[in-house]
Design a protein around this ligand. Structure first.
Ligand code: ATP
Ligand code: MG
Length: 273
């Protein structure tokens, strides 16, 4: 592996809390980048494979072509890894329930294998602009492996009382990884997702419900304005479009708002690169 070889920017999505929009925002971010003409490699490390299901075409057009567990094998073998082609510039290494075995394994070499396999065994890896890694909730081997290879991590979060606690848990993992294993790792911040209702206050979109607003404000106070990557409403067009592998479309207010909120989040995140 040479430092001179160009390598894509690697984003990992991680929040220890489940169901907050990791897979949804990851899918949307990749679709947004794809729309800008960037070449994207998605890696689905969740055994539930929501990202892969969002990009359903992969299964139909290239059934089981890619195998995510190959990313955790001994990289020295040199066997080229396959990717599933979603479109010309969007490729995927599909999720699979067997990834649970990776999380349960106590083989220490697993956590560095992802980085080495990406560098050594994915043909044409240097042609991608971005690698986007969707991780499962919790702190398993797949998260550690992702943090070892990532440049940037971002965290979707919803406004419940576990929000700050959840991000604090992530920080506990990020700090030692950055110190000892991947000094280039940066936490880009959090995007608040699935907010019931948003209102504009002094030109900013904030949660309408006062209880939600209090959590929003405590998050901003704790992590600072620069860490706030966006606020996205709980909106059906996000669910229906992104979970069908499409960027948000529709002419009604909800679709327009959803598309704007999502785009603002993507732009703010990309400013951190
Ligand atoms: N802004 C949104 N508006 C409406 N529905 C949303 C929004 N964000 C996510 N969802 C829906 O919420 C559910 C959970 O989202 P998602 O699967 O992205 O969460 P996750 O953090 O990846 O979950 P897990 O921890 O299980 O991996 C999905 O059904 C998704 O379609
Ligand atoms: Mg998910």
């Amino acid at each position: 592996m040479s430092n001179q070889t160009p390598f894509p920017k690697v984003f990992a999505v991680s929040t220890p809390k489940g169901g907050v929009g990791k897979s949804t925002t990851c899918t949307g971010l990749g679709l947004y980048l794809g729309g800008l003409g960037k070449k994207v490699l998605f890696i689905d490390l969740d055994n539930i494979a929501s990202l892969t299901n969002n990009l359903q075409g992969a299964d139909v057009r290239h059934p089981h072509l890619s195998n995510v567990t190959d990313l955790f094998k001994d990289p020295e073998g040199g066997t080229p890894l396959s990717v599933s082609v979603i479109s010309d510039n969007i490729h995927l290494i599909q999720g699979d329930s067997s990834v649970s075995d990776i999380n349960r394994s106590n083989d220490l070499t697993i956590v560095t294998a992802l980085k080495d396999n990406l560098h050594m065994n994915v043909p044409g890896i240097e042609t991608y602009d971005f690698i986007l890694i969707d991780t499962p909730a919790g702190n398993g081997n797949t998260l550690l492996a992702s943090l070892i290879v990532a440049d940037l991590v971002y965290s979707p979060i919803d406004l419940d009382h576990n929000a700050i606690g959840s991000l604090t848990e992530l920080t506990k993992v990020l700090k030692p990884v950055k110190r000892a294993l991947n000094t280039k790792l940066q936490w880009a911040g959090f995007v608040i997702n699935r907010v019931q209702k948003l209102v504009s206050v002094l030109g900013r979109k904030v949660p309408e419900a006062l209880s939600d607003r209090a959590i929003y404000e405590s998050l901003v106070k704790e992590y600072g304005d620069v860490a706030l990557l966006g606020v996205i409403g709980l909106r059906n067009p996000i669910k229906t479009c992104i979970s069908n592998g499409m960027w948000i479309t529709g002419k009604d207010d909800s679709a327009q708002a959803a598309s704007n909120e999502f785009e603002q989040f993507c732009k703010k995140l990309l400013e951190k690169v």
